[in-house]
Structures are given as C-alpha cells and as structure tokens.
Design a protein around this ligand. Structure first.
Ligand code: FAD
Length: 394
C-alpha cells in the first residue's frame, strides 16, 4: 500500500498553502497532495473576469508548477475515507495510507438543484461566475444587455465568498451606467437570506450602495427553476413558500453549494456534511490525526481564501505539535475577509471574526467604498496569492 506521513486531500487554495507551509517548516516531511486537476484557479479573479477586466485563463496556473518542491502529487480523485484504518481510497480503487490527514477538497457546486439551470447556463442570457466554463458568459451577457431586466441571485445556505453574488451585480450596474443604458435596465438582486451582509458595519454601507445605484434587493427569494424558453426565473419565498416568477433578460446565478458528497457520506462529516473540526484548533473532533480547513470544513465563518490564509498557519502549527506528541495550542479566531467590489473603481473591504466583530487590517475606516482597496483586489491580492500565500510566505 502506498503510504505517506502526511496526505493532503485537495490541491486548491488550502491544500497548496498547507503543503508549502509544512515543507517550509521541515523539508524532510513526507507530504503527498491528492488532486485530480491539471489546473489551479485563483477563483476571486472570476468576479473581475465576469466584469470584463480579465480573461478567464488569467486566473489559471498549471497545478504542477504550484506543488511545492519535494511534495508528491498524486493525480487522482479521492472517493472515500477510512479514518479508523488511516487510509483513503481513490476512484480507481487504490488505497493510500497516512499517519496524518489534511482534508481540503473545497465546496461542491450543485447546478442540478435549480431546475433547468445545468442545461441553460452559458446560453441565452443565463450566466454564472462560479465555474471556469461559464465565467466568460457573464461578461458577454452583461455587455450585450441594452435594455430589460438584469437579475442576480444568491441561494440559501453557504456559498464560497458570501459577498461575491453582490459584487457582480454592482459591476454590471456600473457597466450599464458607464455605457449609457442604465435608464433602460432594471437591476434586481434576489437573495434567500434576510439581509445583504451578516455583519452590520458592512451591511449598512452596502444598503446605501444599493439605494444609490437603484439596485433593488428582494429578500427571502430562493431560486428553484430557470425557464429559458420564456426567460423566467422561478423562486420559492423562504417564509411563505409562495412561488414567485420574475422575467429576466439576463440572469447571473449563484448556484446552491454544499459539502462534497464523498465528504458528507464519510465518517469525517458532522451533521451538516462538512468535515467536522474544532473551530479553533482545526483538528478533527473524533479522529485526532485528521485536520481540515477551507471551504469543505465545518468552521463557522465565511468561506474564503482570505480565511484560509489565517487557518493554514494554525493548522500547520497544530499538526506539527501533534506529530511531536504535544497538544494543539494554536488557535484560529474565525478571521475572514470579503472584498466587496461596488463598481469599477470602488470596494468595501469587510474583515471580521467569529464574533462578527470587525478585524480590520488598515488604520482607516474600512466601512467605506475605496479606490485603493479596489486596486489592491485587482492587482495586489492576485500577486500576493501566487507569490506569497501559495508559497507559504504570508
Ligand atoms: P478550492 O480552492 O476550491 O480547492 C479544492 C480542490 O480540491 C480543487 O483543486 C479540487 O480539484 C480538489 N478536489 C475536489 N474534489 C476532490 C477529490 N475528490 N479528491 C481530491 N481532490 C479533490 N475568496 C476570497 O478570499 N476573496 C474573494 O474575493 C473571493 N471571491 C470569490 C469569487 C468567486 C466567484 C468564487 C468562486 C470564489 C471566491 N472566493 C474568494 C472564495 C475562494 O476562492 C475559496 O474560498 C477558496 O478557493 C477555497 O479554497 P479550498 O482549498 O477550500 O477549495
């Protein structure tokens, strides 16, 4: 049986960052990353791809170039976990053993949970930033719309980067205004939740953004069906269960998401399907040689790459402590960040922790739209991601 000291499931944001930090800490560690994809994507850029600022392929790098030196890349997909036997099985039936396991396979996108979506996305005005295959269609349909209704959706339940459904709405609105068609377009943002943002400090400014831009938020609207032939979006009202239909000329869909099935069906999952880890130490609650982080984890914070940047050093410190028969003492405070793009030159940088209290980086008030923060999102953060975070440096 193939065996490694540390096996990491998933070579995305979390998996690569943890692998790099482990090797930086101790180059002699035997680390393997199990990742089926040839490509790695910097997904935060997809908001700007949808807004026409970058091409989709600018978000991609070859996975091979990102696997840290000395780390084994097992180019396979994990199918199941056997934590009592300290092994995983890949989809071609190979069993791989480990001393320590890090689980980071990201979130699963459930396109088929909205009737008609899978068949229509990428065509006839239906678009989504949530896949490399469909993100280019967002900019195409925003650009083509000269009049009518532009609809944007946010589903019930956890999604990666909770602010992203709004960002593309604000970019589209700004584009309509800058190209002189704004008066002919109704911009509607529908969301299943009861408020625009979980943290009041940023919710207040985003409500003002909607008011100023005449973006109409419709709360408690959960998209359940797309009827491409009649260009209708069908919703269930979250409180009354009433069916509501809105006609669209273009619709950007944020699809429902969940823990990956192979995680949810495993012994590693808690009740909600996510990898059940301690919210401070990131150690599994029942299998002490298993750790988890990132979008697939049960950590009760907004699922972002920025959160992973703070989770990874805690996980690595605690994993190394476990390997030295010490208790894990490093603690993650729930820090997450959401750079809410509000136009082609403005952004509100929301940063907060488990308590919902702002945990801001900069010495100025971050509950304001700022050009400097927009520039940081467009140029600074991608560079920091590729050259700092994925190298285990920041
Ligand atoms: P991922 O980076 O998605 O990686 C998961 C990896 O696991 C993938 O490579 C996948 O191939 C692999 N995998 C899946 N299944 C298996 C399996 N069975 N076996 C082995 N490997 C498997 N974050 C921010 O911080 N700021 C932002 O502004 C921001 N904006 C966003 C905008 C959009 C449109 C999107 C889509 C995301 C955005 N995010 C943002 C979120 C951020 O990209 C994610 O939170 C982050 O990438 C999650 O990292 P992860 O490692 O948990 O999952």
């Amino acid at each position: 049986m193939n065996h490694h000291q540390i096996v990491i499931v998933g070579g995305g944001t979390a998996g690569i960052t943890v692998a790099a930090r482990l090797k930086n800490a101790d180059a002699s560690l035997d680390v393997a990353v199990i990742e089926p994809s040839e490509k790695h994507y910097y997904q935060p850029l997809w908001t700007l791809v949808g807004g026409g600022m970058f091409e989709a392929d600018e978000s991609a790098r070859n996975e091979a170039e990102l696997i840290p030196y000395g780390v084994n890349w097992i180019k396979k997909r994990v199918a199941s976990f056997s934590p009592a036997a300290n092994s995983i099985t890949t989809d071609d039936g190979e069993t791989i053993g480990y001393d320590y396991l890090v689980v980071a396979p990201g979130i699963q996108i459930n396109w088929d949970q909205v009737k008609g979506l899978k068949e229509s996305v990428g065509k006839d005005g239906v678009c989504s930033n949530y896949s490399i295959d469909t993100v280019a269609s967002t900019w195409k349909f925003i650009r083509e719309l000269k009049q009518g209704v532009a609809l944007f959706t946010q589903p019930a339940g956890a999604v990666k980067c909770g602010g992203a459904p709004q960002k593309i709405c604000y970019l589209a609105e700004d584009h309509f205004r800058r190209t002189g068609v704004r008066d002919n377009v109704d911009v509607i943002f529908t969301l299943a939740g009861p408020r625009l943002f979980a943290v009041d400090r940023y919710r207040i400014v985003l409500e003002q953004v909607c008011q100023r831009k005449k973006v109409e938020p419709r709360y408690r609207h959960n998209l359940v069906e797309i009827r491409p032939a009649s260009k209708e979006a069908v919703y269930r009202h979250m409180d009354t269960d009433e069916e509501l239909v809105i006609k669209y000329d273009m619709i950007h869909v944020t699809p429902p998401m969940s823990a990956p099935d192979f995680v949810a069906q495993s012994e590693l999952a808690g009740e909600t399907g996510w990898v059940e880890v301690d919210k401070h130490t990131l150690q599994h609650t029942r299998f002490p040689n298993v750790y988890g982080l990132g979008d697939a984890s049960s950590l009760p914070t907004s699922k972002t790459g920025a959160a992973i940047r703070k989770q990874a050093p805690v996980l690595v410190a605690n994993l190394l402590a476990s390997m030295n028969q010490q208790s894990p003492t490093a603690s993650y405070d729930g820090y997450t960040s959401c750079p809410v793009v509000t136009g082609y030159d403005s952004l509100v940088l929301a940063e907060f922790d488990y308590s919902g209290q702002p945990a801001e980086t900069f010495p100025f008030e971050q509950d304001k739209e700022r050009f400097s923060m927009f520039m940081s999102k467009k140029f600074g953060l991608p560079a920091m991601y590729w050259h700092g975070m994925l190298k285990g440096r920041v």
